[in-house]
Design a protein around this ligand. Structure first.
Ligand code: MG
Length: 258
């Protein structure tokens, strides 16, 4: 892997900061609108409208067109055992106790930011609540290991250790990724340690989207009949947090948090 190609210019980093700042504002709006009685379709429409209002282009919409399967919405909205890539629908109504995952991405002045949050709709089960906490803390612990010179496995081990404290499992079929000039860039960033995964060192100026997906049960997934939505194979709950970050000399800068 040519890591030189992954280093962004100062100008690009500035644009990414602004892209992330605006995307975080969109997420705030979506999370605020998510309550019992609202459909996932309404959240998808609001994401589209809000991203454009911020001056951005929703990069999820139409994603996959080159292989004949364009994603139809500006946001992925997934519930409960759905892990990621849920298609918003006017027929899916949020209910008390649901675990909602919203994933959005946008291009602003050429730079793409990507983020996801999990929200508890009303009061959820203790287990669901523990899952949300574990997933958020796993991401934070992983981010805490990253600086120029830190290795991929330093990040992944920290994520995995936090998840194991609660006996949950780290999804293996889907991983984080480089981001910035495009939605998906090198390198791939798994949230688990595996000797078959190519090791690399983070470098100052790299920009990556880190996104642990954590299941209460086993890590295995299956694809839903819609051809997009990943669900847990055992039907257990799943949570997802994602942030776009800039690697710095001594740590990170999280551009999708306000
Ligand atoms: Mg992503």
């Amino acid at each position: 892997m040519d890591t030189n190609a992954l280093i962004k210019t100062e100008r690009e980093l500035d644009d990414l900061r602004e892209s992330g700042r605006r995307l975080a504002a969109v997420m705030e709006e979506l999370l605020g609108a998510a309550r019992p009685g609202v459909s996932t379709g309404e959240l998808g429409d609001l994401a589209d409208e809000s991203i454009r209002r911020q001056g951005g282009i929703p990069v999820f919409k139409g994603y996959g067109a080159e292989w004949g399967k364009p994603f139809p919405a500006a946001a992925c909205v997934s519930l409960n055992d759905e892990v990621v890539h849920g298609i918003p629908s006017p027929k899916r109504i949020l209910r008390e106790g649901d675990l909602l995952k919203i994933d959005i991405g946008m291009r602003f002045q050429g730079m793409v930011s990507d983020m996801a949050r999990t929200k508890e709709i009303g009061t959820v089960s203790d287990e669901a609540h523990r899952l949300v906490i574990a997933t958020r803390e796993a991401l934070d612990r992983g981010i805490g290991k990253i600086r120029s010179g830190a290795r991929l496995s330093d990040f992944a081990r920290a994520v995995e250790r936090r998840v194991r404290e609660d006996g949950f499992s780290v999804v293996r079929d889907l991983v984080g990724h480089g981001v910035g000039r495009e939605l998906h860039e090198d390198p791939q960033i798994p949230n688990y340690v595996d000797s078959r995964v190519p090791e690399f060192s983070f470098r100052k100026g790299m920009t990556v989207a880190l996104e642990p997906m954590i299941n209460v049960g086993g890590y295995a997934l299956r694809m839903a009949p819609d051809g997009w939505t990943y669900v847990t194979r055992d039907g257990s709950l799943s949570a997802h947090f994602e942030d776009t970050i800039i690697v710095t000399e001594r740590g990170t800068e999280i551009v999708t948090r306000t």
